[in-house]
Design a protein around this ligand. Sequence first.
Ligand code: C2E
Ligand code: CA
Ligand code: CA
Ligand code: CA
Length: 278
Amino acid sequence: AAKRTRSGARLYEPRDDKSSAHHLSLTADLARAIRLDELTVQFQPKLDPTTGLVTGAEALARWRHPREGFISPDVFIPLAERSGLIRPLTLHVLKVALRQCAAWRRAGHDLHIAVNLSPNALHDSTLPDVVTRLLEQTGVPPASLTLEITESTLMADPTGGRKTLDRLRAIGVRLSIDDFGTGYSSLGRLRNLPINEVKIDKSFVQRLAEDHRDRAVVRSAIQLGHALDLDVVAEGVEDAATLEHLRREGCDLLQGYFISKPLAAADFAAWLVGRTSR
Ligand code: C2E
Ligand code: CA
Ligand code: CA
Ligand code: CA
């Protein structure tokens, strides 16, 4: 089930391995990983293309398994969802991310932090209280925390998570629709959601320079977002031409490998020097 990447790191490939015993043992390992801080968080910067300054970062969970090597979040997040571990995992990431954000702010960098919420998180009625407590403990202002929720999550369950979303908004936390463009939001529904931001999916952004259809989709997403008074973020910016195009189209924030890959906290701090408004 393991394959070597170019860098030599082992990569766990779920489709190769249908053994449920293996999944069970991975689930047990994940529970331990969350407890023992084996699960870490990387930070990918978000850039304001009009100023060239970094305004914040997205927190992305990382799991380095002692035997299997790095396991992709596309594997362990669904595993956590199915096994009831998503709550402790989400709280762990939130805590680490908010502490890091507080540390940046103490160092004089006025940065915000974005954390991903998985589908089941909106069914956890304790989430708003937990978020409130963590904001108080770390001193991060609510408006400096953005929670990213995928469009497909919101569309699959139009009413279920609404109460949680409203309570999170009431705290002053920002809400973003992640992977925007892949989930068939109706315009009416979009207008009525308590959101602050849409984040255009990278599948539309990556080939922007070559594909005029992707350019058309991205242009309408930006116009629609702005017409609804939302901030528009693009992910998957992989080259200079795409960055320049999105800047000209009025996209508010950009994220992608061309700006930076997700970085461990120490590397992020070094990378930041000279790139914030400080
Ligand atoms: P996402 O929220 O859409 O995150 C963006 C993914 O795109 C990340 O993959 C990021 O590393 C990758 N990426 C960033 N820039 C580029 C680029 O320029 N080109 C390309 N091709 N990819 C880029 P990652 O870290 O593997 O995460 C995958 C997904 O796993 C995330 O998608 C998110 O849905 C989920 N995830 C990650 N961390 C967490 C977490 O703490 N909680 C939850 N619930 N989900 C998480
Ligand atoms: Ca995200
Ligand atoms: Ca995304
Ligand atoms: Ca995604």
